[in-house]
Write a new protein. Structure first.
Length: 440
């Protein structure tokens, strides 16, 4: 039977496997595009794709020996975002847009090579050049490609850097390159105390992902359009977000004190937190930005509330990795089934996720109640227990699992039966109590 209880080592292994799989899948997309358009590609495009493939192979080899932090530097959430965007474009056969994707991929990979100190002669932008890039100031870039032993200076044209040698003229968007370099140097950003988890509050990719999250929620269109990231200015100066960051630090310590295993699991699958504002959305994670936990904090959230949602979003990350590596549910998109937490019908995959998350929360709050005797923890424990029982009933009736999915569901049933034997019916006085972050 699959082990369903928290395990940092298991989650870390799956996360590492997912990193390698994404690199492999990106290479597959590039090879497919090259084979489909081999006769119409320019020599420069062929060389660029060849350089990307070689660099991705280099990354793949490095992943085998990379530390946890290095893995996130090599395969960042932005690379996941690139892959899912490019996959959709290829499926739609929008070839011109895919050419833009190739350029974007080059601009993502270049700063990662630089920030990690990788030495490689064949790079995606100037295949036959060795180069140094210096960043003496945030707004200035100087590039000195070395071609056949001779230095060739690049020119700055407005907001574009033009790299030249005797074979290529390649334009690079300076703003995008700087953003990607900043992201690859994530260790310099504000972090969760005692961890390598940092805060991510800016970037074009982040903005695109937030729009995707807003479009996929059940919020009204007008409300969804208001969802956005907290700016760095607000992050450092607004009292709500200053207090929220302190509470997140304390929530992580609480998780660690209650269950070091839960804490280690959260750290193993979380690369960054991103604070949102506006709308009623509470929190979110998406596979297309794997590793980022989105939270929309309220002033009345306490440390236990934050701990709840940190464990909640980490559970989604765990199931994402599991499902991407080995699909678990056959009828993912089947609609019309009730959700354990929401009144509106959701795809069955959403109900599956919610039920798995409730099981994780039940396991955590069971320990929290036992060790702290907190009344709020008790309320949340019964609320999550009710969500678990409801979700398991839905999955039992409607879900069509793959063989791996059946193993997982059997493990979920085993844990649920343990709680049902002890608590056949959650206390309605507890689970009906008004918890704003879990009200239907």
């Amino acid at each position: 039977m699959i082990k369903i209880r928290p395990s940092a080592s298991t989650s870390l292994v799956r996360s590492q496997q997912l990193s390698r799989q994404v690199i492999s899948d990106i290479k597959t997309l590039l090879v497919f595009y090259k084979n489909e358009h081999n006769r119409s590609l320019s020599s420069e495009e062929v060389q660029t794709i060849a350089g990307l493939l070689k660099t991705l192979s280099y990354f793949s080899a490095k992943l085998k020996e990379a530390s946890h932090d290095q893995r996130w530097q090599i395969v960042s959430p932005e690379l996941y975002q690139w892959y899912f965007k490019a996959l959709g474009i290829l499926k739609a056969k929008e070839w011109n847009l895919f050419k833009e994707c190739i350029s974007d991929l080059s601009q993502q990979i270049l700063p990662r090579l630089l920030s990690l100190g990788f030495q490689i002669n064949e790079i995606p932008i100037l295949l036959d050049s060795e180069y140094k890039i210096h960043f003496p100031q945030v707004r200035k870039i100087y590039c000195f490609p070395k071609v056949n032993g001779k230095l060739v200076k690049s020119r700055l044209e407005n907001k574009t850097m033009l790299l030249e040698n005797n074979q290529h003229r390649v334009k690079i968007n300076i703003k995008r390159l700087l953003e990607n370099l900043e992201d690859s140097q994530w260790s310099q950003r504000p972090r969760i105390a005692g961890t390598s988890i940092y805060y991510k509050q800016s970037g074009d990719e982040l903005g695109q992902v937030i729009k995707t999250i807003a479009s996929e929620t059940s919020m009204a269109k007008e409300e969804a359009s208001e969802l956005c990231n907290v700016s760095w200015h607000e992050f450092f100066n607004d009292k709500l977000y200053i207090n929220s960051r302190r509470k997140i630090d304390r929530a992580m310590r609480l998780i660690k004190n209650i269950s070091p295993t839960f804490y280690e699991e959260v750290v193993s699958v979380t690369h960054a937190f991103s604070l949102l504002k506006n709308t009623c959305l509470i929190g979110a994670t998406v596979i297309s930005y794997y590793g980022v936990c989105f939270l929309n904090p309220r002033s009345d959230w306490n440390v236990i509330t934050f701990a709840d949602h940190i464990v909640h979003e980490a559970a989604h990350q765990i199931l994402y990795a599991w499902h991407e590596l080995s699909p678990l549910l056959v009828n993912c998109n089947e609609m019309g089934y009730p959700s354990p937490i929401r009144d509106d019908p959701r795809p069955l995959y959403g109900s599956f996720h919610a039920t798995f998350v409730f099981l994780r929360l039940v396991l955590f709050f069971d320990q929290l109640v036992r060790k702290t005797k907190s009344r709020e923890a008790e309320f949340r424990f019964h609320r999550h227990l009710q969500g678990l029982y409801t979700g398991m009933d839905v999955l039992e009736k409607a879900a069509k699992f793959t063989p791996k999915g059946k193993e997982l569901f059997q493990a979920m049933k085993f844990e649920t039966a343990r709680f049902k034997k002890r608590i056949p019916r959650p206390d309605p006085k507890a689970y009906n109590r008004y918890l704003r972050d879990y009200s239907n």
